[in-house]
Design a protein around this ligand. Structure first.
Ligand code: LLP
Length: 429
C-alpha cells in the first residue's frame, strides 16, 4: 500500500504530501483497499474454508460510520463494547443480527439499547449481568441470545495491559467449579435467554498461537464437562481476536490461517471424538483488520538538537492522537513523506506537542535531515489511535481521510475549537 515515487510517499495511490496540504495535519489516513484485503483474507482462508463460521470485527480498534459500511459490505459481523459503539452501528444501519456486544460492565441503558435493537448476541461477562438481561427481557417480552465469556487462565506474551485471558482479570467468568457451573446451569434453564455457548479472548498483538491453543484446550474441557453434567452441547464458540500486526521490523504479521487452522483442527477433532455437531466458530479480529491500513501525517515544527544527548524533532500531534507509545511503550516506524527516497542518516526522536515529557511518538529513528514544514508519516496507526484519542491540552481531534486507489474523502471531520467546548457551560452561580 505504501510506495515511493519521485521522492514522495504514496499511500493507496495517493500522494501523502498532497493529502497533508489539502486536508491539513495532523491527519489520519485510512486505506480502504488495505482494510478490504484483510477482510478478504479472512473470508478466503477462514469463512469460506469452514462452514458455520463468522468474523466479527472488533470495532474498538477503529469505528466510524464509514467503517461500519465497509465491514457490512465485506460481509463481516461487528463486535461492540459500549453504547457509543452500538449507537454508531445503529446509525450506520448495521444489520442488528450481525452485532455482538462484549464488555465487563455493561450498563442497564446499554443492555436495553442492545435488546431493543435485537442485536445478534450479548456476551455476558459476569453473574449479575445475566440477572439484568433476564429482567429486561421479562419486561419487554423478549428472548436474547447470549454467550458466556470465560477467563481460561492462560498468560499471553504481550504487554500486561492488553493481556486479558489470565485468571486475575476483570473480564469474564473464572473457571472455578463453584462459579462457572451454577452460572451456566442458570443460563441453560433461563426462559429469557438462549444460551449459545462460550467466548474467550486471550490478549492482543500476539505473534504466536500458543495462548489461543492453550485457552482452547481448557475451553474444550469445559465443553466436555457441560455435556457430561447437563447433557448440554454448546452451539457456538467464540475464540476472540488478538492477531498481531507489523509495526516495526521486529514484528511479522502471520496469516490468519496460522492461528485459525490449528484452532479449527482441534475443535473439529474434539467434536468428532465427542460425537457432537461442531459448534459454530466465531473470531473477533480488530487490530489485524485495520492496523496496517492506517498512517498518520504530521507537520514537523521545532527541532531541538541537544549536542551529545538527543535531537528532538517535534510534530503537530502526539499522545493525543496516538497514546500507544506512552501507554504501552509501543514502537512505530515512519519516514519523511516529502523526502521518502533520501538516505536516512540522522538519528532523531519524534516528540509530540503535549506538555508532557512522555509525549514521545518514536524514540530513536533514522530519518533524512528533517526541516520545519516537512511531512512525517507514521505507519500502522489504523488501530487504537483514533479510537483512543483525547483532547489533552485541548488539542482538537484529527480529521480522518479514507483513501482508495488514488482517491480520497474525509470520513471524520477535524474537530474545531468551537466543537471542543460545545458542551461546556459557564456557571451562573
Ligand atoms: N475481542 C475482545 C473481547 C477484546 O477484548 C479485544 C481487544 C478484541 C476482540 C480485539 O483484539 P485485537 O484483534 O484488536 O487484538 N488498546 C490496546 C488494545 C486493547 C485490546 C482490547 N481488547 C492497544 O492499543 O494495543
Amino acid at each position: 500500500m505504501l510506495r515511493i515515487k519521485d521522492n514522495i510517499l504514496y499511500f493507496d495511490g495517493c500522494n501523502t504530501v498532497e493529502l497533508a496540504k489539502s486536508y491539513g495535519t495532523p491527519l489520519y489516513v485510512l486505506s480502504e483497499t488495505a482494510i478490504v484485503e484483510r477482510c478478504r483474507e479472512i473470508k478466503e482462508t477462514f469463512l469460506n474454508k469452514y462452514e458455520r463460521t463468522r468474523a466479527a470485527y472488533a470495532s474498538k480498534a477503529f469505528l466510524t460510520l464509514a467503517m461500519c459500511k465497509i465491514i457490512e459490505r465485506e460481509g463481516l459481523c461487528l463486535d461492540v463494547v459500549s453504547g457509543g459503539e452500538l449507537y454508531t452501528a445503529i446509525k450506520a444501519d448495521f444489520p442488528a443480527e450481525r452485532i455482538e456486544f462484549n464488555g465487563n460492565n455493561k450498563s442497564l441503558e446499554e443492555l436495553e439499547l442492545a435488546i431493543d435493537y435485537n442485536i445478534g448476541r450479548i456476551i455476558v461477562d459476569g453473574f449479575d449481568e445475566l440477572d439484568i438481561i433476564e429482567d429486561i427481557c421479562r419486561k419487554k417480552g423478549k428472548k436474547t441470545n447470549i454467550l458466556y465469556r470465560i477467563t481460561p487462565g492462560v498468560k499471553s506474551d504481550s504487554h500486561d495491559y492488553i493481556v486479558t485471558g489470565k485468571k486475575d482479570s476483570k473480564f469474564g467468568f473464572p473457571l472455578d467449579d463453584d462459579v462457572i457451573f451454577p452460572a451456566i446451569e442458570k443460563a441453560i434453564n433461563s426462559p429469557y435467554v438462549n444460551f449459545l455457548g462460550l467466548h474467550f479472548h486471550v490478549g492482543s498483538q500476539l505473534h504466536t498461537n500458543e495462548s489461543h491453543l492453550k485457552a482452547l484446550n481448557i475451553t474444550l474441557k469445559l465443553i466436555k464437562d457441560l455435556i457430561e453434567r447437563y447433557d448440554y452441547v454448546i452451539k457456538e464458540l467464540n475464540v476472540g481476536g488478538g492477531y498481531g500486526i507489523r509495526y516495526t521490523d521486529a514484528d511479522d504479521r502471520k496469516p490468519y490461517a496460522y492461528f485459525l487452522d490449528p484452532i479449527m483442527e482441534q475443535i473439529e477433532e474434539f467434536s468428532k471424538n465427542m460425537n457432537i455437531t461442531r459448534p459454530d466458530v466465531v473470531v473477533e479480529p480488530g487490530r489485524s483488520i485495520v492496523g496496517e491500513a492506517g498512517i498518520t501525517l504530521y507537520t514537523i515544527g521545532t527541532i531541538k538538537d541537544i549536542k551529545g544527548v538527543r535531537k528532538y524533532v517535534s510534530v503537530d500531534g502526539g499522545m493525543t492522537d496516538n497514546i500507544r507509545p506512552a501507554l504501552y511503550q509501543a514502537k512505530y516506524e515512519g519516514l519523511i513523506a516529502n523526502k521518502a527516497g533520501e538516505p536516512r542518516n540522522d538519528l532523531v526522536t519524534i516528540s509530540g506537542k503535549c506538555c508532557e515529557s512522555g509525549d514521545i511518538l518514536i524514540k530513536d529513528i533514522y530519518l533524512p535531515k528533517a526541516e520545519r514544514g516537512d511531512i512525517l508519516a507514521v505507519f500502522s496507526t489504523g488501530a487504537y489511535c483514533y479510537a483512543m484519542a483525547s483532547n489533552y491540552n485541548k488539542n482538537p481531534m484529527l480529521a480522518t481521510v479514507l483513501v482508495k486507489e488514488g482517491k480520497s474523502q474525509v470520513i471524520v471531520k477535524r474537530q474545531t475549537y468551537e466543537h471542543m467546548i460545545a458542551n461546556e457551560i459557564i456557571p451562573s452561580l
